[in-house]
Design a protein around this ligand. Structure first.
Ligand code: GCB
Length: 602
């Protein structure tokens, strides 16, 4: 009889092990292992990776990652998977978009590739994954490095001590199963894509390392002081420079952390003038650059003030969704998105319902669009589960750490339409507190609940927010428009309300109806009625109707939907505009013109 390896022995035992995931789920790759990116050089690991879907999690049970590369004729035992050869897929991608038979696949999938590398003395190496949906386990040369939870935020793994000189094998096991402990939970109105759908790279740094850097116009100042926070390893001073403002400031670090307030009078960033400054940070041998705008956003009673001026948010919601690429985002796609929003007259976008690609907010900074950014605490969430709360908080922290130097982002939203239970209140109030503690320069919001029987905003979370988001669908799910002003009047909100969603579906394909529900005319009529109702409500400080483009979703299978939510003002091709685009455009242009008139009067 042939000798069998330890692996083969394990494979037999593993048939009966239902706890196989536990050793691979420490969630140790999280906000604490992030590094500040700035514009660090990266070695791209995009491109073809060996790929295999794994419905039964056989790979984790049998420890596929521990199989040494060997030619088929040299193997001692039968393998159930060939990580080192076989079918490849491109990274980034969503597997649903690659083959029809993977369209509804929910489970684990393995990505493997060779990384040829020569470590340099005095350097550290990190793996960066822009996003993988949802659990991503990292293995290098047969060893488990760690895993990350959360489908839309980046994560880092330090590989310095594990990388060999020469050929290395990197494996990612990505699982997109919808489970009761994840965020979001099992039920959403967007497609559950899977895979490594944002860029993957290696980042080399010196021994000293800038972990975190946050710079902002001090809200306590009279627009004449910048506050800086730096975290760095292996250095006792950091130097922050902004040449255009004549700033070069040394900041002493104690236990790797330092703060400073620097006098400065920057030109303020605003949608009309999105001024950005080049900022450089050095600590030890490490150096990062960023482009940063400075502005203030404040809530005063029911008012929103941007740089001290009243603000009305002329917005539109967007999903990260593409008919061909799924959740993969390209630069062109983002530029078209913002060109469309600007043409519509927007000064604001809601990036629903999860953290979008970091380029989305970098480009918003450049384009002068204000951003509502959010985490997917959406509908039902297991609010009583401490592990779920940890995951949600971690996603929030990762989002904030990634984007808090982006002037465009003015709102962190902590949830969307969640039932008002005690557990939810504690969970989401905690998220609001975390966001405030991490970042004193933005407003906190959530899409809150309306009691339709009492015609009243009834949500205990509202007291802990700066902005009450309301998703209302009068003209679509709800018929009687006269209720809308009543809701707002009965609620007498003491803080600004933003209509975070409203809209109606329109199928403008040849299969779509010519009149009534799902027709283009009906959608335009809903927009007209919404606008005429909302324009007179003085505590409504903006809106982000649902949604710029039609998007894919499993739960919409009606004859006019066919797998898409068709509330877009533009069809899923992202080109064909529906009539309501012009309706909203006319309104936004009028609001913008009134605003200019007001300013001129002052
Ligand atoms: C909502 C949800 C959003 C849905 C939308 C709809 O309230 O927040 O995710 O897609 O309604 O179309 O029903």
């Amino acid at each position: 009889m042939l000798e069998r390896s330890e692996l083969a022995e394990n494979a037999l035992q593993a048939l009966h092990d239902e706890d196989y995931d536990r050793p691979f789920n420490p969630q140790n790759l999280n906000h604490t292992t992030m590094i500040f990116m700035g514009d660090r050089e990266q070695v791209s690991l995009n491109g073809d990776w060996n790929f295999c879907v794994d419905l039964l999690d056989t790979g984790l049970r049998q420890k596929w990652f521990a199989m040494e590369p060997a030619a088929p004729e040299d193997r001692d035992e039968p393998w159930d998977y060939d990580p080192y050869m076989g079918e490849t897929v491109p990274v980034p991608s969503c597997w649903q978009m690659l083959k029809e038979k993977w369209y509804f696949f929910e489970g684990s999938a393995w990505y493997t590739r060779a990384v040829d590398f020569s470590p340099k003395p005095g350097k550290r190496t990190f793996l960066r994954v822009g996003a993988a949906q949802y659990d991503c386990k990292v293995f290098l040369n047969g060893a488990f490095i760690g895993n990350h939870y959360g489908g839309s935020t980046p994560f880092f793994a330090e590989l310095t001590d594990q990388l060999k000189d020469g050929r290395n094998w990197l494996m990612l096991c990505v699982n997109n199963v919808r489970t009761t402990d994840r965020v979001p939970m099992r039920n959403t109105d967007w497609f559950n894509y899977g895979g490594v759908y944002r860029e993957v790279s290696l980042v080399e740094t010196p021994e000293s390392l800038i972990r975190d850097f946050f710079i902002y116009l001090d809200p306590e100042s009279r627009n004449n002081a910048l506050r800086v926070h730096v975290e760095a390893e292996g250095a006792d001073t950091a130097t922050v420079s902004i040449p255009e403002l004549g700033i070069k400031e040394n900041i002493p670090l104690t236990d790797g952390k330092g703060e400073s307030v620097i006098e400065a009078g920057p030109i303020l960033w605003s949608p009309d003038k999105p001024k950005l400054y080049d900022v450089t940070v050095m600590a030890g041998q490490d150096r990062v650059n960023d482009r940063v705008g400075f502005r203030t956003i404040v809530r005063k009673g029911r008012e929103l003030l941007l740089n001290g001026k009243p603000l009305w948010l002329r917005g539109i919601s967007v999903h990260e969704d593409d008919a061909k690429l799924g959740k993969v985002v390209t630069e062109d796609d983002l530029r078209r998105r913002y060109a469309d929003a600007k043409e519509m007259g927007c000064n604001f976008v809601r990036l629903a319902h999860y953290p979008h690609h970091e380029r989305a907010v970098e480009l918003a900074d450049e384009a002068g669009l204000l951003v509502w950014a959010e985490i997917p605490v959406y509908w039902a969430i297991d609010f009583a589960n401490p592990a779920t709360e940890r995951d949600a908080r971690n996603q929030l922290m990762e989002l904030i750490r990634r984007d808090r130097n982006r002037a465009s982002v003015v709102i962190w939203s902590v949830g969307n339409e969640n039932a008002d239970t005690d557990a939810r209140l504690a969970f989401m109030k905690g998220l609001a507190e975390t966001a405030r503690a991490e970042d004193p320069t933005r407003l906190i919001a959530a899409a809150c609940l309306v009691n339709h029987a009492k015609l009243k905003i009834e949500d205990r979370l509202a007291a802990h927010l700066d902005i009450i988001g309301i998703n209302e669908y009068y003209g679509w799910y709800d018929e009687d428009f006269s209720e809308l002003p009543k809701i707002l009047a009965n609620s007498r909100p003491d803080r600004p309300v933003v209509i975070s969603e409203t809209g109606a579906d329109a199928d403008i394909t040849e299969k779509g109806p010519k009149a009534g529900l799902f027709s283009e005319d009906y959608q335009a009529e809903v927009y007209e009625r919404q606008i005429s109702t909302l324009r007179d409500l003085d505590f409504v400080k903006g809106m982000s109707p649902w949604i710029l483009y039609d998007f894919r979703t499993e739960r919409r299978q009606g004859i006019f939907q066919r797998g898409f939510n068709r509330k877009g003002l533009v069809a899923a091709d992202k080109v064909t505009r529906k009539k309501s685009f012009a309706v909203l455009q006319e309104f936004y242009r009028a609001v913008a013109a009134e605003e200019v008139e007001e300013w001129e009067k002052q």
